[in-house]
Design a protein around this ligand. Structure first.
Ligand code: ADP
Ligand code: LRH
Length: 496
């Protein structure tokens, strides 16, 4: 019976977890077996602090989680790994890791998009990769690292984070497509590495990217069995499945939608807001609105925008706790719910909110600069952040619908933000549509279902997988509680 248990490794920007899942009677039963913290680690280098990921600590958490997951069952039916996008590790010719992967919030990419656009204009790049311009897209990270001989001389392989962990577990080097589509190096139409993008890195930047990139595999591919019985115990031998290894791709699989007319908010450290399409939208309007076409499971396109997300709230909490204040999230949200709506709003997508730092001060500065009264305490700050997030969701949902022509009747919130009742309620009010919240572990659920299908335990398309999610999840419905007028007005105010 143990052989039917699958394990999802889901590495989020704020925590990593290993979650097992078992299908029974058309339902997915999940259990969290391990959770370990994650976050940026500033390390002095070249006269400044470089932000890194602590990849070895994450790997240790994965090994231990897989061992724990397999132990009670004497084995696992399969394993899948997903994580945040864009970041990578470099291997030398002997397969050794060259340095700790750099965190996408590191400042090294400042100005890098502009340097790439000198050789391949933004419109030309978008026509091929369909991606929203974010300084941390892998193509820009590599351009920024072009003076680093680890990249130009020593590296033989570049592996995205889930693929790197997969390599350590199995010895196989692949690039799973959904995550590869966030690099900026994939032709979103052909679902293949894009020569024009590779050329610009190889030519003017001297980054030998063709040497570094492994073969692409579609999600659902069985990669290889896990090795390392010494480290993962009876999980050894289980097949590693390339799932939608971009966490957002897995989260979108887990949207329990009953119709195609839905928008989603994958709400965690980031909020990814958009719709699911059959083909990319690469119009000039879409580029101007900074909408992205990331690749999804089963040939789909995730047409969405990155909204800065609960990161801003997490960093507020970190700042307050750093001042020695013991702020509890549940209590904070309760008090924030009492603050009048839309007293103060900020553009959460302002680049000032991207790096780690004193977020309450940045929120207050934004408020002052825009002629608003800054929040007076932690509850007002939290309310400002949540109102502002809901406002950003409103804008992105409506733009996604307008730019793609997809009708949207309902908004699904998945990810940790689904547990934030205030945020979900504000989202329903701001968008003016019903919000269905859950599952909170969306990425893990999507990861598990794609594995189960790859090893033949379940059949069907995304609609069938989503029915399983709907039957297995206790979702919460939030109906709009009033007119959207005040939200429209706040949006106009912010635009000015
Ligand atoms: P990531 O995958 O990026 O690490 P998650 O999807 O786990 O992020 O979401 C983490 C966020 O979810 C936290 O920052 C927190 O704001 C929110 N969250 C999780 N649980 C709760 C809860 N019970 N109440 C309110 N917010 C929650
Ligand atoms: C969310 C996410 C998002 C990316 C960001 C770097 O975890 O994968 O989709 O844009 O991290």
């Amino acid at each position: 019976a143990g052989a039917r248990v699958h394990a999802a490794v889901d590495l989020g920007a704020s925590s990593g977890r290993v979650i097992t899942g078992r299908l029974e009677g058309g339902r997915l039963h999940t259990e969290e077996v391990a959770r370990f913290p994650n976050g940026p680690v500033p390390v002095p280098s070249r006269g400044r602090d470089t932000l890194h990921w602590d990849i070895l600590s994450l790997y240790k958490g994965v090994l231990e989680g897989l061992r724990l997951a397999a132990e009670p069952h004497g084995g696992l039916a399969s394993v899948g790994i997903d994580s945040w996008a864009v970041d990578y590790g470099l291997l030398d010719g002997g397969g050794a890791l060259l340095g700790n992967p750099v965190h996408y919030r590191d400042a090294r990419t400042a100005g890098a998009p502009e340097r790439v656009f000198e050789h391949l204009p933004a419109a030309g790049l978008y026509a091929v990769n369909g991606l929203q311009v974010q300084p941390f897209n892998t193509v820009f990270q590599l351009a920024a690292a072009s003076d680093d001989d680890q990249v130009t001389a020593l590296a033989r392989d570049l592996l995205l984070i889930p693929d790197l962990l997969g390599y350590w577990l199995t010895g196989e080097r692949v690039a799973e497509l959904t995550n590869a589509s966030t690099t900026g190096l994939v032709d979103v139409h052909a679902r293949a590495w894009a020569d024009v993008c590779l050329d610009v890195l190889e030519g003017p930047f001297g980054v030998p990217v063709r040497r570094l990139l492994p073969r692409l595999v579609e999600p659902g591919t069985v990669v290889a069995p896990l090795r390392r019985r010494d480290a993962v115990g009876s999980a050894a031998g289980a097949p590693l499945v390339a799932v939608g290894s971009h966490d957002t791709a897995s989260a979108v699989v887990a949207v329990p939608a009953a119709t195609p007319n839905f928008a989603y908010v994958s709400s965690g450290t980031w909020s990814l807001v958009g719709v699911e399409l059959d083909a990319p939208v690469r119009t000039e309007e879409s580029r101007a609105a900074n909408f992205t076409n990331e690749l999804g499971v089963d040939g789909t396109v995730r047409y969405l925008r990155n909204v800065m997300g609960l990161w801003v709230l997490q960093e507020c909490l970190r700042a307050w706790r750093g001042q020695g204040r013991d702020v509890d999230l549940a209590d904070l949200l309760e008090r924030a719910a009492e603050v009048p709506a839309l007293s103060c709003v900020v553009d959460v997508d302002d680049p000032r909110f991207l790096p780690p730092g004193d977020m309450p001060a940045r929120v207050a500065a934004f408020a002052s600069e825009t002629g608003q009264t800054p929040p007076a305490d932690d509850a007002e700050t939290a309310r400002c952040v949540l109102d502002s997030l809901a406002l950003a969701y409103r804008r992105a949902v409506h733009q996604a619908a307008d730019l793609s022509g997809r009708r949207v009747d309902v908004v699904h919130v998945v990810g940790g933000g689904a547990n934030n009742a205030l945020l979900c309620r504000l989202t329903a009010d701001a968008v003016g549509l019903p919000v269905v919240a859950g599952p909170a572990e969306g990425a893990a659920v999507g990861n598990l279902l794609v594995q189960a299908r790859a090893v033949g335990e379940v059949e069907g398309g995304l609609a069938d997988l989503r029915r399983i999610v709907a039957d297995s999840t206790e979702t919460v419905l939030y109906e709009p509680s009033g007119p959207v007028g005040p939200w429209e007005a706040a949006q106009r105010r912010l635009r000015r």
